[in-house]
Design a protein around this ligand. Structure first.
Ligand code: NAP
Length: 255
């Protein structure tokens, strides 16, 4: 039976690799989002009948995001089983809190935190639609190691880190909300934030400036490796994983 995935920010970086690798299995249906069809040549070139592309900007008003998802009714009449909220931004990140600006904070919270909330709100009708005997419902939010409060990661991240920390708390609240859902498949769903590793994408190159990836003290992953790790995590999720933070290598992190 078919498992249907919804992946945001899938035109490049980790999101593209997720869409590519998951849609390589023709049993899967993948709905991949891009902010603009014009920037989605890599996705279009995959030319797979089980891969559908939707224009969707997580910084848009909620009503516009809901409207953008209407084609899912045709692409996945039984709804969506697995959501991967991957879209995010990290710019000019190497700053102290004294140096960070209101604009830095506003932009990062708008996409990484509030955008993620709106992804949850807009996809919920499709994600909660029907039980699929092939899989429990799963919702993955791509977070980051720089979001951890309890296990603070010593790296400058003055606005990106706080925006992902706030995202983690949103995830905890969603897990709490699901406990009282009237729908058993939502009550039993698994929702997790995942750190994808330090990955050589446009984002990390821009966010980390002159960081020496070749001599990094922490492992550096290619986007395809990170996506492979995330897929393995998703495939192996168990009910006890709900509301836990998982790192790309499968480590459960105290966040
Ligand atoms: N790379 C790392 O080392 C690393 C480490 C920790 C966490 N992460 C997280 O991993 C996720 C993917 O990052 P990446 O490294 O693959 O970054 P990336 O290569 O910069 O890709 C980011 C993706 O997000 C999309 N996006 C940005 N703003 C958006 C918006 N307003 N609405 C919809 N989509 C939007 C981008 O679309 P456009 O092409 O239109 O800009 C792009 O598809 C992010 O959540 C990031 O925070 C990455």
């Amino acid at each position: 039976m078919t498992v249907t995935y919804f992946i945001t920010g899938a035109n490049r970086g980790i999101g593209f690799q997720l869409a590519k690798q998951i849609s390589a299995d023709s049993n899967n249906v993948v709905i991949a989002t891009t902010r603009s069809f014009a920037n989605s040549a890599a996705l279009q070139d995959l030319n797979r009948p089980n891969l559908h592309i939707i224009e969707y900007d997580v910084a848009s008003p909620l009503e516009k995001m809901k409207q953008d998802l209407v084609p899912i009714e045709e692409y996945a009449p039984n709804g969506v089983d697995v959501v991967i909220q991957n879209a995010g931004i990290a710019t000019a990140n190497q700053k102290s809190i004294l140096e960070t600006t209101e604009d830095d904070l506003a932009k990062h919270f708008a996409v990484n935190t509030i955008g993620s909330v709106k992804v949850y709100q807009s996809i919920f009708p499709y994600w909660s639609k029907k039980v699929n005997p092939e899989t429990v419902k799963k919702f993955i939010f791509i977070s980051s190691s720089v979001s951890w409060v309890n296990n603070f990661f010593p790296m400058l991240s003055s606005h990106y880190g706080p925006s992902k920390a706030a995202l983690n708390l949103v995830v905890r609240h969603i897990a709490f909300d699901h406990k009282s859902s009237e729908l058993d498949h939502i009550k039993n769903s698994i929702i997790v934030p995942v750190h994808p590793g330090l990955v050589t994408t446009d984002m990390s190159k821009e966010a980390l400036g002159d960081y020496n990836f070749d001599e990094s003290p922490i492992p550096v992953l290619k986007p395809e490796e990170s996506a492979g790790c995330i897929i393995k995590i998703i495939d192996n999720l168990e009910p006890k994983d709900n509301d836990t933070f998982i790192s790309y290598d499968g480590t459960r992190v105290s966040w």
